[in-house]
Design a protein around this ligand. Sequence first.
Ligand SMILES: [Zn+2]
Length: 410
Amino acid sequence: MICDKKILTGVVALLMGVTPAVSQAESRPHVIVVGVNGMEWDIIRPLLLKGELHNFAEVIQRGVYGKMKTLSAPNCPKVYTSIATSTPPEENGITGFVVAGKTASTDMLKREPLWSILSKRGVTVGMANVPATFPVMPLNGYMISGMLTRGKGCEDGILCSPKLSEVKGGEAVYPPSMVAELEMNVGDFWIDCSRMPTAEELKGKELAAIDHWLQQVSQVRAQQAKLFDYLLSHHRTDFTMLVQSCEDRVGHWLYPIQPYNAGYDSTLHNVRVDAFPDQYRAFDQVLGKILQHVDRNTYLFIISDHGIKPLREFEEGRRLYHSSHDHGGNTPIIAKHDFEDGDDVPGIFIAIGPNIKRDVRLMGLTVSVFDIAPTILNLYGIPRPTQMKGRVLSEIFEAPSSQPAESSAR
Ligand SMILES: [Zn+2]
């Protein structure tokens, strides 16, 4: 309908002998980035083969897909900040969940993130649930914080989920005036995913505890899907970044493992073996809603900060459960991602868009978390700041020569 109106306006203008005015905003690329924490090809591929992920399969066929090289000992706050700044954690300041004894926060950022650079250049930006974006920063659009948001019952902000009305210690929404609007139209949603039950809470009532927790996870995802749909429908921005984190949380303690895997406990891991694959079945539904906002001129990137794999005894030594620096509190962890060699748990990279190649698989680990920001800046014709370590992924485009040239030599 909108396109028809544009064409009509153009035709009328041509008939009148004048050039139709195309505003700068209309000519800017429309880019949506969907982050899924800990998205794991090992789990997704069998579901794709069985034809269970229709939307995901469609996106793969329409675009370029493969693994994404992540950091050493990856975790969400530090990888997402590396994605946003295209710099390593020791340079950007966010080295993990906790930095110098304090929960990581945006005031610790030492390098300018993508959304700030875009905002300054007049690109409208929308962000929701991106890890380590609390307290929110002013930008040319809106921002709703994600993982590490502090609030009632979640004072340290680590792997818990305050509701929008329960946020403390900073703003979770920019502009603040948007809070009332979101409460009215989306509801009092949880920010981030639910805290995992402790070993004590599970003991003797494993099935009930698992089911109760998974029910919460479903509610969180439903709220987030509603939020994403509302934002994409009512607050369209040139650049939008949306993130889900429950997939990762589920994988940590409900990854479908075998008795020979480290950490196997028949009372926990014989039941609900579909819990983790179910997260991707559920994500596929969320993706379907997002795709309703993706037209043929939209670039869609689906990325994960890292994968997640069952524990390996050679790294765990005598400990059956996770090491102290992987997250999860005292939940019996059976899979993790902060392996010292990040290549053991690569993330996922998928891109579709007007001039992006179709049905092309990227082999190996040629795409890195550092390459996302330079590639997106390049779409907007914005020079890559010298701070950025990544490169423009020119190989994913049909006609590299028609792309804006990478602005600075590496
Ligand atoms: Zn995790």
